[in-house]
Design a protein around this ligand. Structure first.
Ligand SMILES: NC(=O)c1ccc[n+]([C@@H]2O[C@H](COP(=O)([O-])OP(=O)(O)OC[C@H]3O[C@@H](n4cnc5c(N)ncnc54)[C@H](O)[C@@H]3O)[C@@H](O)[C@H]2O)c1
Ligand SMILES: O=c1ccn([C@@H]2O[C@H](COP(=O)(O)OP(=O)(O)O[C@H]3O[C@H](CO)[C@@H](O)[C@H](O)[C@H]3O)[C@@H](O)[C@H]2O)c(=O)[nH]1
Length: 437
């Protein structure tokens, strides 16, 4: 099929490359000419395992193209909307400027029969309005419309797109069979592999996405709230999480206590869902999600306070921050708890020396006041406290022997509970985890 993908950010570029890998002819569209120029050369504009290979392979074969021209892209059979829906600057709600801009530009150019599928995460009710506006802008075009939310995770985005847990497809009753048959063609390989296809109305599809992210966020805030109790009584939240996780009804995943959730999705999706629930008068969801967000914010304050306590009484204190991205295997620092805490320490007068295997360029653009180092050992030079903020393999593999030499004081804050406390304590370090002895 001929597919156009609007927006070539973390979601769009991965979707475009994976659609090419599945055998489709794909054109990726963005309003950022520098990004498009890079993509046209087959280069990845961001770090995501497996993405660079797919971009190289499919731009070379000509199956995957990139452009700033909506006119070129308007000829496709299927149009995916994959632009950003960040939090609004003035409220907790989602900012739909980019989605609306795609529709306003694409709509008048649609002259042949086509299906438009939204992938971006949007507040419930958006899709109906977008469909209506599209049909106003293209009154004579034969357009099918649906919402096909995306569940990929950064760090495993390629694998998640090629082999998703499920495909969710929302459409109004009148559009449903057409949209479903197009989706069956687009995702033929995944469906042949047995991936469930959930077909529903637009509102349920939109809500499925924010409900999934809110549930994951709730799990994390739940375990972080239990970690606080563990701290109070000297219990160990990691053992507790293993123990409750053996219960299949609970499951062990997303029960890692620590610095809390960040990134471009969970925080803003929880807030946008809360804001929409409030608008709709659904106070139970709004109240629950306020608590989830508030507990999450507390984790960052908690870790910053632990680090400041470790530095108390020291003239010109220095902290080593290991890990800056919001999770491992990604260069994304959007709403990164690690970077947030690093910036707070710098604000409080601590000299911060930071290192991350892939996130330093992005971090430096946002926080040039931090000192960025070439290696974890360089970041630890003269440090009064070492903070492990992101559980990259390169950071988990560091040993007390390696870090003992450069540091000033052997104090370690394991903000992701990813190290073995006994190993560090046996080597003479003060080890502090989150809700963990
Ligand atoms: N990042 C993820 O892991 C992920 C996963 C699932 C869903 N989502 C959702 O997908 C959407 C995109 O997220 P993202 O992280 O890729 O955002 P992003 O900010 O990385 O990418 C958005 C891209 O859209 C481009 N853009 C803006 N306006 C445009 C326009 N009018 N026409 C064409 N391109 C335009 C921007 O230049 C940018 O490259 C969001 O709704 C997000 O919630 C993201
Ligand atoms: O037990 C855990 C698991 C995760 N996290 C943190 O939670 C955040 C989000 O992690 P994850 O969900 O793995 O990453 P994302 O790439 O943001 O993916 C989420 O957001 C995407 C965008 O909506 C969705 O598509 C995915 O399904 C959803 O998992 C990160 O800061 C993690 O460090 C924890 O603190 N504890």
């Amino acid at each position: 099929m001929d597919i156009a993908v609007f927006g070539t950010g973390y979601l769009g570029v991965t979707h475009a490359a994976c659609m090419a890998e599945l055998g489709h002819e794909v054109i990726g569209v963005d309003v950022d000419p520098a990004k498009i120029a890079q993509l046209q050369k087959g280069e990845a504009p961001l770090y995501e395992p497996g993405l660079a290979d797919l971009l190289r392979k499919h731009t070379a074969s000509g199956r995957l193209r990139f452009t700033c021209s909506y006119e070129l892209a308007a000829r496709a059979d299927v149009h995916f909307i994959a632009v950003g829906t960040p939090q609004r600057a003035d409220s907790a709600a989602a900012d739909l400027t980019q989605v609306n801009a795609v529709i306003e530009t694409l709509g008048p150019l649609l002259t042949r029969p086509a299906v438009v599928l939204g992938k971006s995460t949007v507040p419930v009710g958006t899709a109906v309005q977008v469909a209506a506006r599209l049909r106003e802008l293209a009154p004579s075009a034969d357009i099918g419309f649906g919402w096909n939310p995306e569940f990929l995770r950064e760090g495993t985005a390629v694998e998640d797109t090629l082999r998703p847990d499920r495909i969710v497809l929302g459409a109004a009753a009148a559009d449903r069979s057409r949209v479903k048959s197009v989706a069956r063609e687009v995702y033929a390989q995944s469906l042949a592999d047995g991936t469930p296809l959930v077909t529903t109305d637009l509102a349920t599809a939109e809500l499925t996405k924010v409900a999934a992210n809110s549930f994951l966020a709730t799990k994390i805030s739940f375990i972080n709230s239990v970690a606080e109790v563990c701290d109070a009584v000297d219990a160990d939240v990691t053992v507790l999480a293993d123990a409750i996780g053996y219960d299949n009804r609970i499951g062990r995943r997303f029960l890692n206590a620590g610095l809390g959730f960040g990134g471009a999705c969970l925080p803003k999706d929880v807030r946008a869902f809360r804001a929409r629930a409030e608008e709709l008068g659904a106070t139970a969801a709004a109240d629950l999600l306020s608590g989830v967000d508030e507990i999450n914010a507390r984790q960052r304050t908690r870790v910053a306070t632990m680090a400041l306590d470790a530095c108390s009484g020291i003239d010109s204190p220095r902290a080593a921050v290991l890990g800056l991205t919001f999770k491992p295997d990604s260069d994304d620092v959007r709403d990164s708890p690690a970077l947030d805490v690093a910036a707070r320490l710098a604000d409080a007068g601590v000299e911060v020396q930071a290192w991350d295997p892939h996130g330093m360029d992005n971090a430096e653009k946002r926080h040039p006041e931090l000192r960025y180092c070439d290696s974890p050992l360089a970041a630890c030079k003269g440090a009064d406290v070492v903070l492990v903020m992101t559980e990259w393999a390169e950071i988990r593999d560091l040993t007390p022997e390696q870090l003992s030499e450069p540091v000033q004081q052997r104090v370690l804050i394991d903000a992701r509970n990813c190290l073995d406390p006994d190993v560090w304590r046996d080597a003479g370090w003060t080890y502090r985890g989150i809700g963990r002895r």
